[in-house]
Design a binder for this molecule. Structure first.
Ligand code: GLP
Length: 245
């Protein structure tokens, strides 16, 4: 079941999402958080950092598993998702670095890298709360539109639309890696709660299709309709095609 929470704007979306994550950490200090990159959750991370600095949240026992990583980029490459997470979140809170997990983009053996990551997520008991952004084409993590829903962590070829969308964070479009390791849809669905954040008009179609379209792998996020506990926090623009919710 998808519960939709309307936010006035990006800041309001970020605070509402941070409140939900904060509640999870307060209720279960050693919880497993599934975390996401992209520009959408940056404000959520900033709000959590602020509350951490005020002494309201303690991340010392939290374990985190990120959704995805570019294949071929090591954790200290400034374009890697691991670097992004350190820079935007982990370096500013008291999470134990040993409890932070991101797929190993530097391991060129895709099968080994993905199997190792799946094993770690499974041994952690899957995520208590999985934070997700959504791609303009309805992708979650890097699970691109496809003929089937993916299962565990796997290596994907990024679509041209995702390469173009993500090129804004690189100097040249040619610099965007063409492949990534991503948690599969089934792994994401194993989370006990899923929190999706979305803002801006360019996400309106994807948000509509996620919540109200047919459940189809051509819009990977649509599978969330089959999960018992999904919360979407989105601003007015992202909800502009969801008139009656
Ligand atoms: C990337 C990430 C996704 C993210 C998406 C949207 O492709 N792999 O996890 O949700 O981009 O990013 P943004 O939030 O910047 O729009």
């Amino acid at each position: 079941m998808i519960k939709i929470i309307r936010a006035r704007d990006y800041d309001d979306m970020s605070r509402k999402a941070a409140n939900i994550i904060s509640a999870q950490v307060i209720l279960k200090p050693d919880c497993v958080l599934g975390l996401a990159t992209g520009t959408t959750p940056i404000g959520t991370y900033e709000q959590l950092i602020d509350w951490y600095k005020k002494g309201d949240i303690d991340f010392s026992e939290v374990r985190s598993y990120n959704l995805d990583e570019y294949r071929g980029l090591s954790h200290d490459d400034p374009q890697s998702y691991h670097f992004f997470m350190n820079d935007k979140f982990f370096d500013h809170i008291n999470i134990n670095p040993a409890n932070v997990h991101v797929p190993d983009g530097a391991n060129d053996d895709a099968d080994a890298a993905c199997a190792e990551y799946d094993k770690m997520v499974e041994e952690a008991g899957f995520c208590d709360l999985q934070l997700l952004g959504i791609g303009r084409n309805g992708h979650i993590g890097f699970n691109e539109p496809d003929d089937v829903f993916s299962k565990g962590t796997h290596c994907v070829d990024l679509t041209q639309s995702t390469i173009e969308a993500n090129s804004r964070l690189f100097e040249h479009e040619e610099d965007v890696p063409r492949q990534a390791y991503t948690m599969g849809v089934q792994t994401i669905m194993n989370a006990r709660m899923i929190l999706v954040v979305a803002n801006g008009e360019n996400k309106a179609q994807a948000v509509h299709d996620m919540c109200f379209g047919p459940v189809t792998p051509s819009c990977p996020a649509s599978i969330l309709q089959l999960h018992p506990n999904v919360v979407v926090v989105a601003d007015e623009e992202a909800l502009s095609l969801c008139k009656d919710c």
